[in-house]
Design a protein around this ligand. Structure first.
Ligand code: NAP
Ligand code: SF4
Length: 663
């Protein structure tokens, strides 16, 4: 099974047992007082799970390079002492770990940010200060000192973060580097900084130390490097002493999704192939590699020598070991939602995972064997019920999971019909498999009565929600469709569609109507064409200068809401912009602050700023939130049945796991 993935990789001074790298992720733990211990447990679990090499989240080499107003550094002996617990735990688990050295440059969110030139980024309200030549030399020395300290702390290597728009990217691209001295101007001058960083790190850490350079293989910003220029940088850092070349895709300010659900699986492996043709050292493919067959295909095609999976290891710490054992059905697949990982980081919460609530809570959410075996009924096979039934059964309880529909999945079965959300099918299949393996009984197509439930010691109500039907005159008009009806494919809406409600589901419905038959979330070529990405080697940033092609929407859509806030404000921090961009390019009209008057043959009548208005509609789709569905009273309520407002899969799955841990 997966022969390319499990072929050892000889680095000369060390041999990695397989081709799977756990890529760097911000965990939000780096700067916390208990962060080192929690990180040690988190990484050790993934090392035990078979990752050949782990890369930590970013640690800055100095104060100016910090990402925020906190301290996540490796720049002193005291830091090295604190870090020691991490490599020690990983080594005890049989793995290897490299420290990522990241200087944020103009992406830092604190008062002392620097860049090659004082050019502000569109995603940071703060402007950077231009670095002096002395400061540049000191920063190179700081990278080298971090490398030496990483070795002292016991790490097996470092990764120099040279992509995603951080300081090194800023030096390389003329869009930020406007310098007229030895560090700016020609490509040779602009790449002097990363080359000197790699050279200095190699000297400081010695020859038998893994030095990964994360290169921006595709910039996706105007004025970004071309593929030809990137190949030159790759050859230069190889010569300067890099052991491995990891792939970074897009600057953080790029207006093209790089890891969200809109990106097809393995969608950027072709960019790594360009690097592979330029250098002799092994190259690592990255982004949206979430399943072993995707990884194997990339290696088998010769696009890369290794693969980097990051979020996949949040979803399943044992991804590599299960792949090796050929246990594909036993792998909890990352669905690329970003909801509990990246979105958490940006609101200052530790990273976890929607489909694996234990991630990042390794020391808190412990599933110990049950002291007394109980008969547990879980009523409802949506996200909350699936999570609860799996954990409860694995703890040794005698679990029966009832689902009134003919298949498990609940709201996930609707979500998976939305373009890009096909991955939800993986979660349903995985949890169903876990529940079966744990010996629980699954009863489909039947809602249990209270008498039947009386035979159980514990009854958990996970019956989910029912869509809200707002009290608008004409709500029974033939043009009105519920979102569940629409997404399940039972009805075909007309050309003019009005969507009532603009939460996550309103946006999903609009996307479904606009992108239903598109292949952009499934095929790398279609994705590239959709977003205006080109493979010409001379194209700056890998972008078509004409931008993405015009949209030809099948529906004229108007979204309505009563409140005054911005549309899409409740969507995920790192993914909402993708949805907003798609809707904008398809000309979706958005009207806020409306009062609904009635729905009739003419469309939806609203009052707006005191004036009456009719919005023509062949179909009106109701996406006005949900109400809890509680067919009977029960001691344990989880997911939508407990609270429908702000319902999301993250809370549902966490509540299911937490309750099951306590039963
Ligand atoms: P929601 O986010 O609560 O949005 C409900 C929408 O309905 C609001 O825009 C609200 O707007 C409107 N509304 C509420 N009561 C109404 C009424 N009586 N009459 C008319 N309009 C009314 O709910 P949702 O869109 O159903 O999503 C449910 C949950 O699923 C969300 O909380 C979200 O976490 C999750 N979800 C997330 C995503 C995602 O992309 N991350 C996607 C799908 C679902 P006004 O009050 O302004 O009119
Ligand atoms: Fe993947 Fe979503 Fe889990 Fe993040 S929260 S690791 S994107 S499944």
């Amino acid at each position: 099974m997966y022969p390319h993935l499990f072929k050892p990789l000889d680095l000369g001074f060390a041999t990695l047992p397989n081709r799977i790298l756990m890529g760097s992720m911000h965990t939000g733990l780096e700067a916390r007082p208990d962060g080192m211990e929690r990180l040690a447990a988190f990484y050790a679990e993934r090392a035990k799970g078979g990752a050949a090499l782990i890369v930590t989240g970013g640690f800055s080499p100095d104060d100016a390079g910090e990402l925020g107003p906190h301290r996540a550094q490796l720049s002193t002996r005291a830091d090295a002492e604190r870090h020691k617990v991490i490599p020690r735990a990983v080594h005890a688990a049989g793995g290897r770990i490299a420290l990522q050295v990241l200087h944020s440059g103009r992406y830092g969110f604190h008062g002392n940010i620097v860049a090659p030139s004082a050019v502000k980024s569109g995603i940071n309200p703060r402007a950077p200060r231009e670095m002096t030549p002395d400061e540049i030399e000191r920063t190179i020395a700081a990278f080298a000192a971090s490398a030496a300290l990483a070795r002292e702390a016991g790490y097996d290597g470092i990764e120099v973060m040279g992509s995603e728009g951080y300081l090194i990217s800023q030096f390389l691209a003329p869009r930020v580097n406007r310098r007229g001295d030895d560090w700016g101007g020609s490509l040779e001058n602009r790449m002097r900084f990363p080359v000197e960083v790699v050279r200095a790190c190699r000297v400081a850490a010695g020859e038998d130390f893994i030095l990964v350079y994360r290169i921006s293989a595709l910039e996706l910003v105007e004025g970004g490097l071309s593929a030809d220029e990137i190949s030159k940088v790759a050859r230069a850092v190889e010569k300067a002493g890099a052991t491995l070349l990891n792939t970074g895709i897009g600057w953080h300010e790029a207006k093209i999704p790089t890891i969200a659900q809109a990106v097809p699986r393995g969608g950027f492996a072709w960019a790594t192939r360009n690097l592979k043709q330029a250098v002799k050292i092994p190259v690592i493919a990255s982004n949206r590699i979430n399943a072993p067959e995707v990884a194997e295909a990339i290696l088998a095609r010769g696009d890369a020598d290794m693969v980097s999976l990051a979020r996949a290891f949040l979803a399943d710490a044992a991804f590599a070991a299960k792949s090796k054992a050929g246990d594909r059905a036993g792998i909890n697949i990352c669905i690329a939602c970003n909801q509990a990982c990246l979105d958490h980081y940006f609101i200052g919460q530790p990273a976890s995972c929607v489909v694996n609530p234990r991630a990042g809570r390794e020391t808190q959410l412990v599933f110990a064997p049950a002291k007394a075996k109980k008969r547990v009924a879980v009523v409802g096979g949506g996200p909350a019920g699936l999570s609860c039934a799996a954990v409860a059964a694995e703890r040794g309880h005698a679990v029966t999971l009832f689902e009134k529909a003919p298949e498990l999945g609940g709201q996930f079965n609707l979500a998976r019909r939305v373009p890009g959300k096909q991955e939800f099918a993986e979660s349903v299949a995985y949890y169903a498999e876990r529940i079966r393996r744990a010996g629980a009984k699954i009863v489909l197509d039947r809602a249990p009565g209270e008498a039947e439930l009386a035979a159980f010691d514990e009854v958990v109500l996970a019956t989910g929600i029912t869509p809200r039907r707002p009290d608008i005159p004409g709500i029974d008009h033939r043009s009105v469709i519920g979102y569940a009806e629409l997404l399940s494919g039972r009805v075909s809406p007309g050309r003019n569609v009005v969507i009532i409600g603009a939460g996550g589901i309103g946006f999903d419905v609009a996307l479904y109507l606009l992108e239903r038959d598109a292949r952009a979330t499934l095929e790398p070529e279609a994705f590239a064409a959709h977003w205006g990405i080109v493979r010409e080697r001379a194209a700056a940033g890998g972008l078509d200068p004409a931008g993405p092609p015009p949209a030809h929407p099948a529906h004229r859509i108007t979204m309505l809401k009563r409140s005054a806030g911005a549309f899409g404000a409740t969507l995920g921090r790192t993914t909402g912009w993708v949805h907003r961009a798609e809707l904008a390019r398809n000309g979706v009209a958005m009207i806020k602050g409306v009062e609904y008057r009635r729905i009739d043959d003419a469309g939806v009548h609203v009052a707006l700023d005191g004036a009456q208005q009719v919005i023509a509609a062949d179909s009106v789709v109701i996406c006005a939130g949900q109400e809890p569905l509680r067919p009977f009273a029960a001691k344990h309520l989880i997911g939508g049945a407990k609270r429908a407002g702000e319902l999301d899969a993250k809370r549902a799955m966490l509540e299911g796991a937490e309750l099951a841990a306590a039963l």
